[in-house]
Design a protein around this ligand. Structure first.
Ligand SMILES: O=C(O)Cc1cc(O)ccc1O
Ligand SMILES: [Fe+2]
Length: 454
């Protein structure tokens, strides 16, 4: 850290017995954490004077009157109130980060699309903000509905620069490299096979700890991600609440020229101030960022026959207001055993009212042994057919069916009820595979009118 005598950075609170180092477990818990002893008021939120001369401030993530099981807010005790972190706002351009509605008449979104991994240009200086590349948008940010999918390419840390999105919470899926999210509520280290969710309105900066870094982002304009109901599966398996980790309080007491970038209704603005906004010394509440290790996801699947709907692999779901029809489902295809008898085991052929955007984190995805590679993406838009390519179909229809482990594989899907619109970047990029649709072209006609298995 800099030698500036006014700079004091407390990165970790002393850990409490039972606490995961630097993190607190439990999805949606009501947490309390302090980076200095006694900084957190006890038994009340707004004492006349806070300890250490801190200011109390509430961050409301849901309407005050949201039902109790959805109500989220966090009380922060900070060196300065947030009003001092924002002065005049001026508009800036972040041309590659798009927001719905973003329908370019010259772009065709109807189609099945697949992309090779995007690579950061040599010598490019890309931060979390300038390295964001929007692939698709859906819905409308102004009515807090829908989503966007992005690829991030980060080659440089944000320095004395901070960001928040008033538009969205961000679900981050790293694919290469490591990032450290320094947030108002603490620090999250993130690497491939983990995900993080940064809530709407939370200020943070992103440090590159191993680069270059690449990954996927789902920007959720709507109701927050929550754990899906497990129904008859019961109280365990899929994503278990204890595996979600929330950071302990950490703060920066740093007096340097600082820039804060704000995403608000699809527009970007900057404001300048003289100190770090990450000055929350203690907090309590349930509106907070978290990370989750995808390797702790316990998949439940077919143990006799047939291929269930991929919704059994839902890690998180963001409701849309219509029951069972998500604004976004985040679905994980991880390594697992395949044991189903007399079954075509890969994903079946499909047309879906929901639109399916997939990304490959690593390994081979069973429906697409070729072409869908780590770092790559695909889109099967609303009601457009998709399914295994010819190689996958032939192999799965003819193989001897014993227990088989799908090894070393991790892909995911952002599935939304809204049609996804391609950005010009997605439609024109050199990384689009023009021949993707041909992967089904050579599927044979086997029907010849005579009965029997062909
Ligand atoms: O491979 C896909 O595109 C996603 C998918 C997964 C699955 O298990 C069933 C159907 C489906 O479309
Ligand atoms: Fe599908």
């Amino acid at each position: 850290m800099s030698a500036n005598p006014l700079t004091r950075v407390i990165t970790r609170a002393t850990s409490t017995p039972g606490m995961h180092e630097g993190y607190m477990p439990g999805f949606g818990n009501d947490f309390e954490t302090e980076a200095l002893p006694g900084a957190l008021p006890q038994g009340m939120n707004s004492p006349q004077k806070c300890n250490y001369g801190l200011y109390g401030e509430q961050l409301s993530g849901t309407a005050f009157t949201a039902p109790a099981h959805q109500n989220e807010r966090t009380w922060c005790y900070r060196i300065r109130p947030s009003v001092q972190h924002s002065h005049r706002y001026s508009r800036i351009d972040v041309p590659q980060w798009k927001t719905a509605p973003c329908i370019d008449p010259s772009v065709t979104s109807l189609g099945q699309y697949r992309w090779d991994p995007v690579v950061a240009p040599e010598a490019a200086e890309l931060t979390w903000i300038t390295g964001m590349r929007t692939m698709t948008t859906a819905g409308d940010v102004n009515i807090q509905t829908g989503m966007a999918s992005h690829i991030y390419l980060v080659t440089r840390s944000m320095e004395d620069e901070y960001f928040f999105s008033a538009d969205s919470e961000l679900l981050i899926v790293p694919q290469e490299g490591r990032l450290r999210f320094h947030t108002e509520l603490g620090i999250i280290d993130l690497e491939p096979q983990e995900i993080a969710v940064i809530p709407r309105g939370l200020v943070y900066r992103v440090e590159l700890t191993e680069g270059p870094a690449r990954g996927f982002v789902c920007e959720n304009y709507g109701q927050k991600f929550e754990l899906p109901g497990r129904g008859p599966i019961g109280a365990n398996c899929m994503a278990n609440p204890r595996d979600f980790k929330y950071p302990v309080a950490a703060f920066e007491d740093r007096e340097v020229p600082t820039r804060i970038v704000i995403k608000w209704c699809g527009q970007f603005h900057e404001t300048r101030t003289g100190h770090s906004p990450l000055d929350v010394v203690a907090w309590h509440g349930n509106y907070a960022p978290f990370k989750y290790d995808l390797r702790t996801y316990c998949p439940v699947g077919a143990i006799l026959f047939d291929h269930p709907d991929p919704s059994i692999f839902t890690v998180l779901t963001a409701p849309s207001g219509q029951e069972g029809t998500a604004n976004i489902d985040f679905v994980l295809f991880r390594d697992r055993w395949m044991v189903a008898e007399n079954t075509f085991r890969p994903p079946w052929y499909h047309k879906n009212v929901m639109s399916e955007l997939m990304g490959n984190i690593y390994g081979i995805y069973d429906a697409k042994p070729q072409g869908f590679v780590p770092g790559g993406m695909s889109l099967h838009n609303c009601m457009l057919p998709h399914g295994p390519d010819r190689n996958a179909f032939e192999a799965a229809s003819n193989s001897e069916l014993g227990p088989e482990k799908l090894k070393e594989t991790m892909s995911f899907m952002f599935e939304t009820r809204f049609p996804q619109h391609l950005t010009p970047f997605a439609a024109e990029a050199g990384h689009m595979q023009e021949d993707y649709i041909d992967c089904w072209g050579s599927l044979e006609k086997k029907f010849d009118g005579t009965p029997g298995v062909k």
